[in-house]
Ligand binder design. Structure first.
Ligand code: SF4
Length: 223
C-alpha cells in the first residue's frame, strides 16, 4: 500500500488547485491523496531510467485529475503497457485509472505532424534526421503531441509540475529540436511555429519578434 499522503509542497500543486480536477484517480487509492503522494509512490516503483521522474509527474497529476492528457497518455494501450513495464516494472497496470478522455480522431494528422517534427523524420529537407528513434523517444513524441491538444501551457497540459520539467524533457529526448528554441519561446508556440515553417507557412504578423504585438503570447512567463 502506498504511504499516507504528505502535504503538497511543490509550487505547481498550489497553483494547480485553481484548475478544476476532472474525474479519474487511481483505483484502490488513498482518499484525498495529493499528486505529490502519487509521484512519490510511482518513483518508489521506478526502474531508474531517464524520463522516470517526468512520467511520474504526469501520471501523478492524472491520478488526481490534473492536466489534460487523454487515456494512456495519448499512446495506444499496448504502447502504454510497454511504457509502464519499462519505467515502472513493479507497477500493476490496473493501478492507473484512465480519465475516460479519448484522443480526438479529427486531430490525428496534427498529432502525426508533431510526432514527425519531434523525431525529425521529415523527408522535406536536410536536417538531423533520426530514422530509427528508440521506443522511449517515440513514446515521448506521442505524449507531447497528445499534450499539444490541450488548451493550457504545454507543461500544464502534460501534467508536469513546472516548465523546467518540460524543458528537461525536450532537451533529454529531442535535443535537435530543443536546441532550436534559442529564445526560450513558449514550448507549444515554438512547436507549432516549427511546423508552420516546415510547411512554408509564415503566419507571424511581424517580421521581428521584438516589435510584434503577439510577443507576450509567444514569450515570457509560462506559468
Ligand atoms: S512574437 Fe510575433 S513574430 Fe515572433 S514568433 Fe510570435 S507571432 Fe511570430
Amino acid at each position: 500500500m502506498p504511504p499516507s499522503a504528505p502535504a503538497p509542497s511543490a509550487p505547481i500543486l498550489a497553483a494547480s488547485t485553481n484548475r478544476v480536477p476532472t474525474a479519474g484517480g487511481c483505483p484502490g487509492s488513498v482518499p484525498d491523496a495529493t499528486a505529490e503522494h502519487w509521484r512519490h509512490w510511482l518513483l518508489s516503483l521506478a526502474a531508474g531510467h531517464r524520463n522516470d521522474s517526468l512520467l511520474a509527474s504526469m501520471l501523478a497529476s492524472q491520478c488526481v485529475g490534473l492536466g489534460a492528457m487523454p487515456d494512456w497518455l495519448g499512446l495506444r494501450p499496448e504502447a502504454f503497457k510497454q511504457l509502464v513495464a519499462y519505467h515502472f516494472p513493479a507497477l500493476r497496470q490496473t493501478a492507473l485509472a484512465q480519465p475516460q478522455r479519448p484522443l480526438d480522431p479529427e486531430r490525428t494528422d496534427e498529432r502525426d505532424e508533431l510526432v514527425r517534427l519531434l523525431l525529425q523524420v521529415s523527408d522535406k529537407g536536410p536536417g538531423n534526421f533520426n530514422l530509427q528513434p528508440g521506443p522511449q523517444q517515440r513514446w515521448m513524441a506521442e505524449i507531447i503531441a497528445a499534450g499539444c491538444m490541450g488548451s493550457d501551457h504545454l507543461w500544464q497540459d502534460l501534467g508536469l509540475w513546472n516548465r523546467a520539467e518540460l524543458s528537461r524533457l525536450m532537451e533529454q529526448n529531442f535535443p535537435a529540436v530543443a536546441q532550436k528554441n534559442v529564445h526560450d519561446m513558449k514550448w507549444k508556440r515554438f512547436l507549432y511555429k516549427q511546423l508552420c515553417e516546415a510547411e512554408g507557412i509564415y503566419s507571424c504578423r511581424s517580421p521581428s519578434c521584438e516589435v510584434c504585438v503577439d510577443y507576450h503570447a509567444c514569450f515570457g512567463p509560462e506559468n
